[in-house]
Design a protein around this ligand. Structure first.
Ligand code: ATP
Ligand code: MG
Length: 443
């Protein structure tokens, strides 16, 4: 049953006038009692096949004619180049239905259901997500997503970073209590799903010095927004002997590498989604400016946005700020009161911390959060006290400082957010196979 021929190869012309065996699913079927025009889909494309009663014989012709959309088939035939839609078609000589579809339960995702959704997603499509994955829009998103994952790995591996895994069950919070998922754990009450790999990566920083991961992070985001999932994919890195600026260089580097990888590998897919490739090239080819938090507050205030110094910037503000950006911008030096204890205070002005967010243009907003870590034992103990955070769960973290602490930093990049932005999608749900939010954990 090995499959040797793929539709994109047939469409490239390499099999013209030769016999092929196609394996795929019926995408569309029309015609008469004598001739059928059947579009077959596989993971690489669509091609029209023509079946005639006089060639196929009554039995297989009638079987093919009665087969519903999404039936799986193998078809043999000669490839001809044509001036019709796909440029090539297969003239079927024989074949078999592999998995048929029961006429009492036809494939629920019809062209009209898709037209109603208009690129967005209705509850109906979310309920049928497992079937929606087969549509060309979703297939396209998943291919783009795969290239984004590949690009993150190649960026870090080409620079001698070590891929490193942290546990998903943890007993301390990184991003604060409000978004922690508590899990029942043999009767204990202090076990959560991880919000970030960072604390455990810092423990390995003195061992590996340059490390990265791509793994799910879990956050109980109660409000449903276009850019929050409860389970998202987090690309994180940690690097020893590095300042905030050096960490930012890697943030810019990986995002530009992702954009250029997409141009190399997925231009056709981006175009099919209506994405302007000029924009993606701009994100790949230019460096990303750095702006201090205070400057961003001034810009927002000059636009009459109601924002006070010291507030973290939520999406409504990032959206206004980034609407005019031509390329991603870093925001640095947030007020210490807006950030957790592990952000290192700016030695030049202790009101601020040495951190950064990278904000994507076109109103997409934050895709990276990172910075320099508080690395001396004295400072980390002071910062924990200031915040009133109990030290006990962080003893292992403080040990990183007790035994030969060194300056270091890192960032977390929201992989799903980067996919959303670079594909020009409206909603983060569009780029992940089975999105999880406060209301949905099925299918
Ligand atoms: P936001 O303010 O948008 O909730 P955050 O400041 O909580 O983001 P960080 O803790 O800095 O985010 O996490 C690092 C990165 O992980 C973010 O820049 C973002 O790209 C991504 N991220 C964070 N939370 C989510 C989420 N719920 N869903 C998808 N991606 C997320
Ligand atoms: Mg958050």
């Amino acid at each position: 049953m090995v499959k040797e021929i793929w539709i994109n190869e047939i469409l490239s012309g390499q099999y013209d006038d030769q016999e092929v065996e196609l394996k795929g699913w019926i995408h569309r079927s029309r015609g008469s009692n004598k001739i059928r025009f059947i579009v077959i889909r596989d993971s690489t494309g669509h091609i029209q096949c023509v079946g005639k009663r006089e060639v196929l014989g009554d039995e297989f012709f009638d079987e093919l004619k009665g087969s519903l959309i999404e039936s799986s088939v193998t078809l043999k035939g000669i490839v001809r180049s044509t001036d019709r839609e796909h440029g090539h078609e297969v003239q079927i000589s024989s074949g078999a239905i592999v998995g048929s579809v029961n006429p009492d339960r036809p494939f629920p995702i019809t062209e009209s259901a898709m037209a109603e959704a208009d690129g967005g997603e209705t509850e109906f499509l979310l309920d049928n997500r497992h079937l929606y994955l087969r549509t060309s829009r979703m297939t396209t998103m998943l291919k783009i997503r795969s290239s984004v994952f590949g690009a993150v790995h190649s960026y870090f591996r080409d620079r001698d970073f070590i891929e490193y895994q942290a546990p998903n069950f943890v007993s301390g919070a990184v991003e604060g209590g409000s978004t922690l998922f508590e899990v029942p754990y043999f009767g204990r009450k202090d076990v959560y799903l991880t919000q970030s790999w960072q604390l455990y990566a810092e423990a390995a920083m003195p061992a590996l010095e340059r490390l990265y991961t791509m793994a799910p992070s879990f956050r109980a985001e109660k409000s449903r927004t276009r850019r929050h999932l409860t389970e998202f994919w987090h690309a994180e890195m940690e690097i020893a002997w590095a300042t905030n600026n050096e960490v930012m260089k890697h943030g810019e580097g990986v995002v530009r590498h992702i954009a250029s990888t997409l141009l190399d590998e997925r231009s056709d897919e981006l175009l099919s989604l209506g994405r302007d490739l000029e924009l993606v090239s701009r994100y790949a080819d230019n460096s990303y400016p750095i702006m201090r938090y205070d400057e961003a507050i001034e810009i927002l205030q000059s636009k009459d946005v109601d924002v006070d110094w010291g507030q973290d910037l939520d999406f409504s503000k990032e959206k206004i700020l980034t609407a005019d950006f031509e390329v991603p911008h870093f925001l640095t030096h947030y007020p210490k009161i807006a950030k957790p204890f592990y952000h290192r205070q700016d030695p030049d002005d202790q009101k601020y911390v040495l951190c950064h967010d990278l904000l994507a243009p076109e109103g997409y907003g934050e895709i990276i959060g990172g910075g320099e870590r508080t690395w001396s034992e004295k400072e980390i103990l002071e910062r924990l006290d200031e915040e009133g955070t109990p030290k006990e769960p962080y003893e292992f973290y403080i040990d990183t400082r007790r035994y030969g602490g060194v300056p270091h930093g890192g960032f977390g990049l929201g992989v799903d957010r980067v996919c959303t932005w670079l594909s020009g999608a409206d909603h983060i749900r569009e780029v992940i196979p089975f999105p999880r939010d406060s209301r949905r954990v099925t299918p």
